[in-house]
Design a protein around this ligand. Sequence first.
Ligand code: HEM
Length: 188
Amino acid sequence: MPIARYTRVAAVLHWLVAALIVVNVTLALTADSFPESWGRPVVDLHKSIGLTVLGLVLLRLLWRLSHPPPRLPASHGRLERTGAHAAHIVLYGLMFLLPISGWLHDSAFKDAAAHPLRLFWIVPWFRIGAIERLDPATKERLHTQFFALHAWSAYALYGLVALHILGALKHQFIDREPEIQRMRLGSP
Ligand code: HEM
């Protein structure tokens, strides 16, 4: 029997978003170890990749709503089905929360006017006006709070991605089901 698979578009978006998130987390966590003159370009690249992820996740969600995913194998128990479904919903939530909290944090940056936001140094991009227009003291406070939200949502994402990978590996290697093939990029 042929393996029930995600559509090619869903698989491309899945692996592209996953790769960009890995790159972005790596950039953020290593930003301080680059030579000082690289600090700003590294953070600018992080913002550009993050905003790209936000657009791609929105596309992913719209695609998923219009193209239902393949059914789970009948061997999956009720608990596993509910757990996988809940994990996927929280993963989508975090994939939105991370770039949005980063964008909010950046919009509350006190020197934002001196550092215009540009996607990949080319496309002028906007900050969130309602935050930019606040008084400096409120912005300073929000800058710190949005950063905490950004960092904590990243920790939550690490935990959930670990569960997601462990779940996929269990089905692939312990239950011996073609799990990873469901999200394959190539032809059957
Ligand atoms: C895929 C989306 C994103 C991921 C996975 C991500 C992840 C992270 C992580 C893990 C950190 C380090 C937190 C810590 O120090 O504990 C960080 C820092 C930061 N993020 Fe993001 N982020 C994303 C999107 C964005 C966006 C869209 C913006 C702004 C437009 C942004 C702005 C920042 C800034 C300014 C910092 C501080 C960097 C520094 O000064 O070293 N992030 N991000």
